[in-house]
Write a protein that binds this ligand. Structure first.
Ligand code: FPP
Length: 243
């Protein structure tokens, strides 16, 4: 929690997470089980992204983070990587008006400068164009790695002249999205129960929800199940019951 304030949803309740972060997994298996190319699964996954942004906004979630491409995903076949980059380009180009209309603020988190120039520039443009939107802030993590984020943060602190004076607060303040509160709830689809280098620092006190449902099949109803699970959790942040 270093350097971060605890957040309440607009209704002022702790039972709805202010920030939900999702590891969107299972696109490949969804496609392969239908004898379709893996890319068809990613294509379907984009439709789920649109559906879940809407559902999250309706559920009064203020911040949604989506793990779309990790620093390790460069190990995938070139055709899959190209296909994913094209899906991002297509999403930014054609969905921007809708996002703006629905009050969605879009941010990108990760080593954005390591992406193709045209995509990195488009991401910066979309961030600017949606910067006034207030209904929900959606952070898309692309070329993102949790360990790399910590390394980048520490290097920034040293560049600022604080070598030897590194604190939790300074690390938090130098992360990719320091204004976004830590996730209250992390969801992973497709039955895997790993964090896979996602928000390592920020998820120190998060609740975790794992579901067998593959990302292309995830929907508002499945999100509600995760929210119901979350509402039943008691968060103690290292303290004891009733303290
Ligand atoms: C993991 O499934 C999924 C990814 C690595 C890509 C996720 C990307 C999207 C859902 C598209 C997002 C698009 C936008 C615009 C945000 P996997 O391929 O590892 O599935 P598998 O484990 O079944 O093989």
């Amino acid at each position: 929690m270093a350097g971060k304030k605890m957040t309440l949803n607009p209704a002022g309740s702790h039972s709805i997470p202010a920030h939900v972060a999702i590891i969107m997994d299972g696109n490949g298996r969804w496609a392969q089980s239908r004898k379709m190319p893996r890319l068809a699964g990613h294509h379907e996954g984009v439709k789920t992204v649109e559906r879940i942004i809407r559902a999250a906004a309706e559920a009064n979630i203020q911040y949604l983070s989506l793990y779309a491409f990790s620093t390790e995903n460069w190990k995938r076949p070139g055709s899959e990587i190209d296909g994913l980059m094209n899906l991002f380009r297509h999403f930014l180009k054609f969905k921007l008006p809708d996002l703006k209309k629905n009050g969605v603020r879009l941010l990108f988190s990760g080593r954005i400068d390591g992406l193709p120039d045209d995509l990195a520039n488009e991401m910066k443009k979309v961030e600017e164009e949606t910067s006034k939107s207030e209904r929900i802030t959606v952070t898309i993590c692309v070329n993102y790695g949790g360990r790399q984020e910590i390394v980048d943060s520490v290097n920034r602190i040293i560049e600022l002249g604080y070598a030897g004076l590194i604190t939790e607060e300074r690390i938090s303040a130098a992360m990719y999205q320091p204004k976004i509160p830590d996730p209250d709830l992390v969801i992973r689809t497709s039955g895997e129960t790993r964090l896979s280098n996602f928000l390592l620092w920020e998820s120190a006190y998060s609740e975790f929800y794992f579901t067998e449902v593959l990302w292309p099949d995830f929907n508002g109803e499945e999100l509600q199940k995760a929210l119901t699970y979350y509402a039943g959790r008691e968060r103690r942040y290292g303290s004891v019951k009733g303290a």
